[in-house]
Each structure stands twice: as structure tokens, then as C-alpha cells.
Design a protein around this ligand. Structure first.
Ligand SMILES: *[C@@H]1O[C@H](CO)[C@@H](O)[C@H](O)[C@H]1NC(C)=O
Length: 252
């Protein structure tokens, strides 16, 4: 069965109802194929009918029938579940619709994923009443869909987080940046968590509040310069002393 057939089969797909108020109403149907295992053994097919934000009727292939979530939804479910032809088609969709489409999409997208390069740095030190700011960036990843979040001792932080949209680098890769404003407390662990199709599990980067490497390098270069300067100055002083000592040897 082609995708087209399936769409025709669901007659009220993406039907925007009349606008009775300034905001209007939104009636829509979505078909989802949900899976996380590459052999598709955990594939689940969902047909969800929604009004505004609420799903009122849903077919879930693991359940094998329609379930209604509102009074009207329950009535629709009863009718749909009695329709043999329809149920046969819905139950077969995991094999006829989901698996073939997943294969095509995976070869086009998932098999071409590129892992983001993640950096976590201090954007601003805490000072006075101003909280500190950390910046977590992910660079050069594909595909675009990504989630960057912040954890404090393993718990997701939701306030004081600002995030940019994914930005196209213009070469098929994307980047994204997320900032966290926070007041450092001793003993806590702040981490940046990145979820992306290229990872089998979320990638967690812990913030190291000690002097970062770039700063360490600057300090090391500065210190080396200082030592070198002292050596040259000392050498010059010794040379000068010897020269002037030689002159002093000449009796008046
Ligand atoms: C589909 O049904 C199964 C079994 O009841 C359930 O575990 C799963 O969460 C359902 N999926 C969705 C997206 O509701």
C-alpha cells in the first residue's frame, strides 16, 4: 500500500475547520511510525486524530485497535474497530507503511548522521549580583534535529536557559548554541546534555569549573615570557657588571 492510499483512507487528514473565533480551530490527523531499533523490531504504528492540541482518537498497533479519549472519540473508536477492512489495513501498516518508509528515510538521513562536536565554556564569570553564564555549543552535525539541555546534579534545569535555533552552516551541517545563567553553588555538578540521532544515548558534558585549558595555556605562555625576560635581564645585568667591573680595575 502506498503512502497516498493511506492518506486517502484517512479522509480528514489536515482539515482546518471553520474559524468560529479569532483563533480558529485545528483538526488534524497524524500518522507516526515510532522505532528505535535499526532492525525495526520495535516498530509501532500510530494514527492520531486531534482537535486543537488534544488527541481524541488513536490507533496504536501494539494495542491493535482504536481507543477514544473523549466522548466523541469513544464513539468513533467503536465504529472504527467494527470496520474489518479498516482494521486489517491499520494492523498491516507496520509492514506495509512503516518499515518500507523507515528504510528509505534511514538510508537518506539516519545512515548519514554526523556527530556534533560539543564545547562547553564560560561565557561570563559570576560577579557582584550578576550570575555566571555558561555556553554549550554543538558544531558540524547532521541532520538538523537536535536537543540541547542543562542538568544540575543530573536534574534538568528549565529556567534561565536561552537557546538559538539550529543554524545552517551552508554545507549540510548545522550548529546550535545554548546559554545557561546560573549562580554557582559549591559541590554541584552542571552538565550540558545533547541528544542527536548520531548518538545511541544522550551525550553529557560536565562543566569543569577549574581554570579552563585555554586560560591555562595563556597563563603558561605569560609565565614562560616572564621567565625568559628575567633570564635575559639577568644576563644583561651580569654582562654590564663584568664590563663596568673591568673598567673599575683600571687605576686612577
Ligand atoms: C502504544 O501502546 C503500547 C502498549 O500499550 C504502549 O506501551 C505505548 O506507549 C503506546 N505508544 C504510544 C505512543 O502511545
Amino acid at each position: 500500500m502506498s503512502l497516498l492510499k493511506l492518506l486517502i483512507f484517512h479522509p480528514i487528514l489536515m482539515l482546518s475547520a471553520f474559524t468560529g473565533t479569532a483563533d480558529g480551530y485545528y483538526e488534524y490527523t497524524s500518522l507516526d511510525c515510532v522505532y528505535s531499533i535499526s532492525d525495526y523490531s520495535d516498530m509501532v504504528f500510530l494514527v492520531s486524530y486531534s482537535f486543537n492540541k488534544a488527541v481524541y482518537l488513536q490507533f496504536n498497533s501494539s494495542v491493535g485497535k482504536y481507543i477514544g479519549y473523549t466522548e466523541l472519540g469513544v464513539k468513533y473508536a467503536e465504529n472504527a474497530n467494527k470496520d474489518q477492512a479498516r482494521m486489517q489495513q491499520e494492523k498491516a501498516a507496520v509492514d506495509t507503511y512503516c518499515r518500507p518508509n523507515a528504510q528509505v528515510l534511514d538510508s537518506a538521513v539516519r545512515d548519514k548522521t554526523v556527530k556534533p562536536k560539543i564545547t562547553l565554556r564560560s561565557a561570563r564569570e559570576a560577579g557582584g549580583s550578576r550570575p555566571a553564564m555558561l555556553m554549550c555549543s554543538a558544531y558540524e552535525f547532521y541532520p538538523k534535529k537536535i536537543k540541547v539541555s542543562w542538568l544540575r546534579n543530573g536534574e534538568e534545569m528549565t529556567s534561565d536557559v536561552t537557546s538559538t535555533m539550529e543554524m545552517a552552516d551552508g554545507d549540510w551541517f548545522y550548529q546550535i548554541h545554548s546559554e545557561l545563567e546560573y549562580t554557582p553553588k559549591s559541590g554541584e555538578k552542571i552538565s550540558c546534555m545533547v541528544e542527536h540521532a548520531s548518538f545511541s544515548k544522550p551525550m553529557i558534558t560536565d562543566w569543569d569549573p577549574s581554570v579552563p585549558e585555554a586560560e591555562r595555556n595563556k597563563i603558561a605562555i605569560g609565565a614562560s615570557g616572564l621567565v625568559l625576560g628575567i633570564i635575559i635581564a639577568a644576563a644583561g645585568l651580569i654582562y654590564y657588571k663584568k664590563k663596568s667591573a673591568g673598567r673599575i680595575l683600571v687605576p686612577n
